[in-house]
Design a protein around this ligand. Structure first.
Ligand code: ATP
Ligand code: MG
Length: 437
């Protein structure tokens, strides 16, 4: 397109007509083909979905054991079916908890592959439970109002966020809600806004975490929260926009070398050492919960599933986390503490080398069974990693939580000495995201 400079109004008017329509317009997209993964890299999302391969599947969702059904309810249900061996109880329990955490269609698909009586029985139980829950919701208006009032008393602002924020663009979606990018009208600062519908939560009391954890535990390696609002029946969390996206994109698209991995681990361990010293367990550490800024800063996000321990309540029991990253003690339904985050971090180290966690080609319940019953997982090609890295991972993936290294202990490990500076993580982002760097 040609636009000649001009100096007077008449001249400008005359020239307007001479601005031509774009000719020979080209929208260049930098796409390459990765022979290793046999996939195109850098395609726009709408093309990517057209080329989706049968093996592609959505990221696994976290399991959140609901308040219902209680162990007693499950027992009553199982007893009604006849004698059940003790060790099968955990599987039923897990399966039912999982049904409660995903929508029914997904649950049916999940059960199709299981093709087992367990799946069918769980589904029938879930059906009954859903009907009961619906009845509760109809009659539970007062309870909802009480919850809404409690939440509104702890959010940081009571005004309308639309007066301060504009240009909302959806950038992500998770099991609790959607995440948008928005712009602060006054300052022009770009922020991220996580919007969660109070009525669509598995355990709505967990929304208190979204309000208080980032607020009360500020840290260089934890996403910073700015404000919280209650907008009709939605909780909005306005936070720092971490523009590089989730570590998942890096592990699935790029090869990270050990200095990059050490840098990510060091930052995560600093945040975890701080959280654990305060009795906070994250419970959903995985590459999806780690965000990268365009300066290469590493930030832990997504505190929706955390739990607090204290001297009076030193252990937690509920089945919470994402299957492939769950520690054996969580799956075995043993009381657990902050050590579960270290196991998940160990699994994330395998993700950073292999692009996915162990047992990822297996269905979630099968993977959980393997984590529960087998020796700790290790790299498929252990000879390709350094001995320092190997011992580092081995200290995290210890089945007995009492023997597993703490965040403090891992921070002293010689492997972290080779951590690259944050700026070097930029080269990874640049490898596949031309737009952010
Ligand atoms: P899930 O329960 O499935 O883990 P969720 O509902 O808790 O998800 P988040 O994981 O917090 O939601 O966010 C969903 C996605 O939105 C993230 O994977 C990330 O891509 C994006 N996102 C979240 N927070 C930010 C942020 N502060 N800056 C940039 N992107 C973000
Ligand atoms: Mg998440």
């Amino acid at each position: 397109m040609l636009l000649r400079r001009c100096c007077c109004n008449n001249e400008r008017k005359r020239l307007k007509a001479s601005i031509s329509l774009p000719t020979d317009f080209q929208h260049t997209i930098h796409t390459t083909f990765d022979p290793d993964s046999q996939r195109f890299v850098g395609l726009p999302p709408q093309w990517q979905s057209l080329l989706a391969q049968p093996g592609d599947r959505p990221r696994p969702k976290p399991i959140v054991e609901g308040e219902e059904p209680s162990d007693a309810e499950v027992w009553t249900f199982l007893e009604s079916l006849g004698p059940i061996p003790d060790d099968e109880f955990v599987e039923y329990r897990t399966s039912i908890a999982q049904l409660g955490s995903i929508d029914l269609r997904a649950a049916q698909l999940e059960i199709q592959w299981q093709e087992s009586e367990l799946g069918l029985r769980s589904l029938s139980f879930y059906d009954t439970l859903t009907r009961n829950r619906l009845r509760n919701v109809e009659g539970g208006a007062d309870e909802f109002d009480t919850f809404r009032r409690q939440l509104s008393s702890i959010v940081s602002r009571n005004d309308d966020p639309h007066t301060r924020l504009e240009k909302f663009i959806k950038i992500g979606e998770g099991s609790t809600g959607i995440v948008c990018k928005a712009v602060e009208k006054m300052t022009g600062r770009v922020v991220a806004v996580k919007k969660m519908d109070l009525r669509k939560q598995q355990r709505r009391e967990l929304l208190f975490n979204e309000v208080v954890i980032m607020r009360d535990y500020p840290h260089a390696h934890i996403v910073q929260m700015y404000d919280t609002y209650l907008v009709e029946d939605e909780l909005w969390v306005v936070m720092e926009y971490v523009e590089g996206g989730a570590l998942t994109d890096v592990v699935t698209k790029m090869r990270m070398d050990e200095s990059h991995i050490a840098a990510v681990c060091k930052a995560c361990l600093k945040a975890l050492a701080y959280l654990h010293s305060q009795g906070v367990i994250h419970r959903d550490i995985k590459s999806d919960s780690i965000l990268l800024s365009t300066t290469g800063q590493v930030k832990i996000s997504d505190f929706g599933f955390c739990a607090q321990v204290c001297p009076e309540v030193p252990k937690r029991r509920s089945l919470v986390g994402t299957p492939y990253w769950m520690a054996p003690e969580v799956i075995s339904r043993l009381p657990y503490g902050p050590e579960v985050d270290i196991w998940s971090l160990g699994v994330m180290m395998i993700e950073m080398v292999e692009g996915e966690p162990p047992y990822f080609n297996e269905p979630p319940l099968q993977a959980m069974r393997r984590i529960r019953d087998m020796l700790p997982p290790m790299f498929k090609e252990a000879h390709k990693v350094s001995s320092k890295f190997l011992t580092f991972v081995e200290r995290a993936l210890v089945r007995d939580p009492l023997q597993r290294a703490s965040a403090f202990e891992l921070l002293q490990h010689p492997f972290l000495k080779q951590a690259a500076p944050p700026s070097s993580l930029l080269t990874l982002l640049k490898g596949y995201r031309h737009s952010v760097c």
